[in-house]
Design a protein around this ligand. Structure first.
Ligand SMILES: Cc1cc2nc3c(=O)[nH]c(=O)nc-3n(C[C@H](O)[C@H](O)[C@H](O)COP(=O)(O)OP(=O)(O)OC[C@H]3O[C@@H](n4cnc5c(N)ncnc54)[C@H](O)[C@@H]3O)c2cc1C
Length: 512
């Protein structure tokens, strides 16, 4: 296995005949590329834009244990989610995941009956954890806290506060970082990973590709073609009909809710068991989400949050805390489209459609993999490649990904011992050393410049940006600021960070 990158923009030098073409480099497509290449298949995986350009960068960044599915009595999906959460947190990506405590305040809007039902649900979630074999050392058991203890974890509104329930789930360092890591791992095993390469047409054995850098078109033949284009799946395979729903998050500075040491599930007044999530992030910001709005018409490249969604999230979150939040606390907002299969009932109730994934084979033989979650990407990829191998009838090894750590992964105790800067360890695991050594070698700069925040209040470092170009296929400032790092979530920070991103691109260009 080579660690040199094979993630590159455009199609120059790409193979024109492979076992598998994967269309889309979100979490699903990168997962499929990794699954297929580690079964011994030759892979070309492409995206029209960039790694994690679509829904995969707009999530809540949680590694779900399936609690929500449990509430909907979807036991199979709930179990699958809990199993995949355990695989990610304990084996394949301990470096990019960590436990997150979540507090559910029991205040005046939560009746005693609702509190009992919610507590029972959390216990059910813990049964799922145990059934999945995930250690309580990683995800502790849920419990009830008296109000005084709850207030030490979060500055909750005290009027009517009877206490709180606390449970644990997984949180990602960043969703787009997971995608970049899976892509780099697939490339290290030999997959050809190409950004800026759009599939114009696809059949089960051929795709027509356009190099978005040159405008040139090429035909690539394959023994199977897997469509992992999320909300755009129906553009290439018209039999697939999706009914996307938009989910919006707000971004706040940590200082907007001082004393917040846990995620808080704020109950939506007038509903039973529905919450919005207030989620502290590893970089010190806070996300508040999420909405669920059906979307009709053409799918935009980048969905926009609406003002009513922003107002709704702010109002519900504000009601949970001692100090109200204001519109001026909102320093960013983002929206993503859930790739939900259409139920065909025309009811418009997208939140009731199954979130489980589907593998669909078109009349021309294209395998589409759609739905699911970031959490279940590995299982989705396994199912898609199994279906492709069966349909095409070729030899391939068994799926290996459940036991295959991503690049940089290591058991938590080993990660805790690493001496590299904590931010790099959090984002690259054992590859923190590689990131730093690469940046030193390429730039000839000292660590004081490579490891300093690139602008005031922006914790990203020049070392990460250089690595994004040398090892993760970043081709421009947008790739670096909006996907390899997430500075772009806050417009004012992004403006401050542009010169550093441009500098990283110049530094690498000078040595290529
Ligand atoms: C608001 C929100 C919050 C969520 N929160 C969570 C969460 O906390 N935890 C969790 O587990 N899941 C969560 N999910 C679900 C999860 O984010 C998605 O299921 C997942 O990211 C979908 O990934 P994907 O790879 O299938 O699609 P995408 O990420 O959309 O990737 C599709 C890719 O295909 C490319 N593409 C499209 N057309 C073409 C073409 N013709 N040629 C080449 N490339 C093309 C696009 O550029 C894009 O990069 C959330 C979803 C939403 C919307």
């Amino acid at each position: 296995m080579s660690t040199a990158t094979r993630i590159t923009p455009g199609l120059d030098g790409a193979p024109t005949d492979v076992d598998v073409v994967v269309i889309g480099l979100g979490i699903t497509g990168t997962g499929v590329a990794l699954d297929a290449v580690t079964r011994g298949l030759s892979v070309l995986a492409v995206d029209a834009h960039d790694l994690a350009f679509g829904t995969s960068r707009w999530s809540s960044k949680l590694v779900h244990g399936g609690l929500r599915y449990l509430a909907q009595l979807q036991f199979g999906v709930a179990h699958e989610s809990a199993v995949e959460r355990g695989i990610l947190m304990e084996r394949t990506a301990p470096h990019l995941t960590h436990p997150l405590s979540m507090l559910i305040p029991l205040g005046s809007v939560t009746s005693r009956r609702q509190a009992v039902l919610t507590g029972a649900g959390l216990l059910g979630g813990d049964v799922l954890r145990r059934a999945a074999g995930t250690s309580s050392a990683i995800l502790p058991r849920p419990r009830r806290l008296p109000a005084v203890e709850a207030l030490q974890l979060a500055p909750l509104r005290t009027a009517g506060l009877r206490g709180a329930l606390v449970t644990w789930d997984g949180q990602l360092e960043d969703d787009a970082r997971l995608v970049a890591n899976v892509a780099r791992t697939a490339a290290a095993y030999g997959a050809h990973v190409r950004t800026r390469a759009r599939v114009l047409t696809a059949s089960g054995t051929e795709v027509e590709l356009r190099d978005e850098l040159t405008g040139e078109t090429t035909a690539v033949t394959a023994r199977t073609v897997i469509n992992a284009t999320g909300v755009w799946a129906g553009d290439l395979v018209p039999e697939v009909t999706l009914r996307p729903s938009r989910g919006t998050h707000l971004v706040l500075r940590g200082s907007s809710i001082p004393g917040l040491h846990t995620a808080v599930f704020a109950p939506i007044p007038g509903t039973t068991g529905r919450f919005i999530n207030v989620l502290p992030q590893p970089d010190g910001t806070i996300y508040i989400g999420l909405t669920d709005e059906p979307v009709d018409g053409e799918v935009p490249d980048v969905p926009e949050p609406s003002e009513p969604e922003i107002g709704f999230l702010l109002d519900v979150a504000s009601a949970a805390f001692a100090q109200p939040l204001h519109r001026s606390d909102v320093i960013g907002a983002y929206a993503g489209l859930r790739p939900l299969l259409s139920s065909g009932d025309g009811s418009g109730m997208t939140s009731d459609l199954s979130r489980r994934h589907a593998v669909l084979t078109s009349t021309t033989g294209v395998i589409t993999i759609v739905g699911g979650k970031l959490t279940t990407y590995r299982r989705m990829a396994e199912d898609a490649v199994d279906a492709a191998v069966d349909a095409a009838g070729f030899d391939a090894g068994p799926c290996r990904t459940a036991e295959l750590p991503l690049l940089g992964a290591a058991p938590r105790p080993r990660l805790a011992e690493l001496e590299e800067p904590a931010r790099l360890v959090r984002r690259y695991g054992t590859d923190a050393r590689l990131v730093l050594d690469d940046a030193r070698a390429v730039s000839k700069l000292g660590d004081d410049e490579l490891l300093a925040p690139i602008a005031e209040g922006v914790p990203v470092t020049l070392a990460e940006l250089i690595f994004g170009v040398t090892h993760e296929g970043a081709a421009d400032v947008d790739d670096l600021l909006d996907r390899r790092t997430r500075v772009g979530l806050i417009a004012t920070d992004r403006a401050l960070a542009v010169p550093a991103a441009a500098r990283a691109l110049r530094i690498v260009a000078a040595v290529r």
